[in-house]
Design a binder for this molecule. Sequence first.
Ligand code: FE2
Ligand code: FE2
Length: 490
Amino acid sequence: MQNIITTLKKLFYLWRRSQVPVKQSIKISKIDNLIIFLVCILISIISSYKLLLISPLNIADIFSWFLTFTEVLISSGVLILVSKKENPTISSRQIFLIITLLLAVQVTKLALASTISPLSMIIPPALIISQGMGSMTALAWVSIASLIWPDPEIVINNNLFFILLVCASIVSLLGGRIRSRAQLLQLSIFVPIGSFLSQWILISKDKISLINNQNFVSSYGDIFSDSLVLAIAMLFTILFIPIFESIFGLLTKARLLELADKEKPLIRRLSLEAPGTFEHTLLICGLAEEATRMIGGDIDLIKTGALYHDVGKLHAPNWFIENQDGSKNPHDELDDPIKSAEVLQAHVDEGLKFARKNRLPKLIANFIPEHQGTLKMGYFFQKAKEKNLDINENYFRYKGPIPQSKETAILMLADGCEAALRAMNINASDKEALKTISNIIYSREKDGQLDDSNLSKGEIFLIKRAFLNVWKRIRHRRIQYPTSKNNTFS
Ligand SMILES: [Fe+2]
Ligand SMILES: [Fe+2]
């Protein structure tokens, strides 16, 4: 009996460790909520009002209208919930984009349902949503946009409906993963070709009109022009995605990779003017990438965020130890711990200025203050305490905020472990390295720095293992290989 209780306790402890702390989603202002709600009502009205245009109108018709109205309203709500679940930091502008695209599609269906193929109406917006907000949101959007048709007289051919769902799902799933504009172009060519072939095989031979009162596709030529319109619509969408990125603050994979290019002027400046910081940044990228892969986070986001996290040090590179090269330390000459703490805080404030000047997306700029959180500048605090025992600790804490996402929290932990791992003795055992990593992570955890990050205990455990793996790689790189006179080329 005792054994069963102990086992159950252990299982309960492991289950608790794996749970993610409850986190409140980002707050949206009342005005924004009201506007979003009104747009949802508008979508519901547009999607259902035709049911009321029947004469004579009886109770059953009104009931059926009410059902459709409520169904669309609830579906829009579910869509918003899915988008919030997939993107915890989603802004009201981005929610507005999702529901406005739904509104636009419903209006287009009313106006052009008999002339434009449903594929051309639904697939291009699905591409925008999957690129900016992820595959799950795009799939939820596609299911609502495909199922709700405002005109009850329009009945879509089952085969076309099937092709629509398959093509839109492929675009939604691939769109969320595609990492370059070239791959997007390939998608905009292959999806229309695929839709053309599948329509040719499944529909054209039936000679059944796609929309009951129109000869929508009655010959091969029409199928071809449908697919051509789809290809053109997708190409235009790809052209306009950068505009959507800047208006709605979307962060696509392609944009992230463009920003991660080390030839970007700001990163080039960092490598030339603050080489020590640049080296520190590269090592942190490795640590953070490995940890994010381990917990299944957004690797492209953290790699790019890590690259820019310390750009603020460009304002005074030689005030940071990694750039001092054994020369004089300006902090010693200053001999004022409070002023030194201000210089350290300035790397965050100046970093945010650099981010604004270089139009870095908000999700990337967030790494700049959040990687420091409200950490204590221990060294200068101790120095100040030597002079004045009653000194206020708040002068020596970064202004925050503490990490608000898993990715920024991982970067904070990587930032803390980097110097310690770099300085560690090459002969140190894995156990010693893990102990050092655990101590650094525990001190940040205890300080409340990870409270808003949504990291579970299980994920923190995985992060420690990931950092240890990187340390093993660093150690391996530092091992000197024996060289001989005859073996100088290998
Ligand atoms: Fe920093
Ligand atoms: Fe750093």
